[in-house]
Design a protein around this ligand. Structure first.
Ligand code: UDP
Length: 250
């Protein structure tokens, strides 16, 4: 797999069609796989916090979820094939899981969201086996975390969606990967809110015009603070490019 480094994060240069197939080939090969899908906001978090960067870079698959990341790859002269949106990657994994008989555990979201997502997904994919669900509000530093791990492991799930928001989910997946029995662990942010139908994804036109971020901002104006990471990200990419030219970055 070709890796393309952006702000030191080695993104997989892969198409949205290939990504779920690669993830499932790793399940068949019994290789534990953590998938993360950083967008520009998360990449900027990594640039500002070495610990977050370490956690993100420790994942087995790093998919570029965002036009900002793809734009940065072009600016750096090493273009990525395309954006691989986490929410779409997750949906493709659900479809393959239903087709190939793998079971799925949904972790995250407020009370009731994972249940609703499970029932919506099962109505689209009647063959889908949901091994279990759990909301994402638990104390990750106490015994409660062990209960959650037990619940997931006892469910016998092959695949786990971890939807706790970034960077919480990436940290949780990295810390617990060796204690978890599902072979495929996908960190998918707010995807359960979308699968449940509680939150609508941007209209197709916004996605086509690469303005999904603007739609999210219009829907949730409180995201403005987080979104200030976008211009910061572009600034970091420019700095990174200069370092690359000087030969201090590869
Ligand atoms: N969430 C959660 N546990 C927490 C904090 C957040 O399960 O302790 C969920 C929240 O309910 C939402 C998701 O994590 O469903 C975060 O969604 P967001 O769209 O903010 O994801 P991001 O943009 O960070 O990927």
């Amino acid at each position: 797999m070709q890796k393309i480094k952006i702000l030191d994060i080695p993104f997989d240069n892969i198409t949205k069609k290939e990504a779920p197939e690669l993830a499932f080939s790793r399940i068949s090969a019994k290789k534990k796989t953590v998938v993360v899908t950083p967008n520009a906001e998360i990449a900027q978090m990594c640039a500002e916090d070495e610990n977050i960067k370490k956690v993100v870079c420790s994942a087995d698959m790093i998919l570029p979820d965002g036009e900002g990341v793809v734009l940065a790859s072009k600016k750096l002269g090493t273009p990525l094939f395309e954006k691989v949106a986490g929410v779409e990657f997750g949906m493709d994994c659900v479809s393959l899981a239903a087709e190939r008989g793998y079971s799925l555990f949904l972790l995250g979201g407020k009370e009731g969201v994972a249940e609703k997502a499970a029932s919506e997904l099962c109505s689209h994919f009647p063959a889908l086996r949901i091994a279990g669900v759990r909301n994402g509000y638990f104390d990750r530093d106490s015994k409660e975390n062990e209960h959650v791990l037990n619940q997931i492991n006892k469910s016998g799930a092959d695949i786990l969606f971890v939807c706790l928001g970034a960077p919480t989910q990436e940290k949780w997946a990295a810390e617990n990967r060796d204690k978890l029995s599902p072979l495929l662990i996908c960190c998918l942010g707010g995807s359960l809110d979308i699968y449940s139908g509680n939150v609508k994804r941007a209209p197709k036109l916004f996605i086509k015009l690469r303005l999904e971020w603007l739609w999210r901002l219009l829907k949730e104006p409180t995201r403005i603070g987080r979104m200030m990471n976008l211009p910061k990200f572009l600034h970091s990419v420019n700095k990174y490019k200069k370092l690359q030219k000087r030969g201090t970055k590869c």
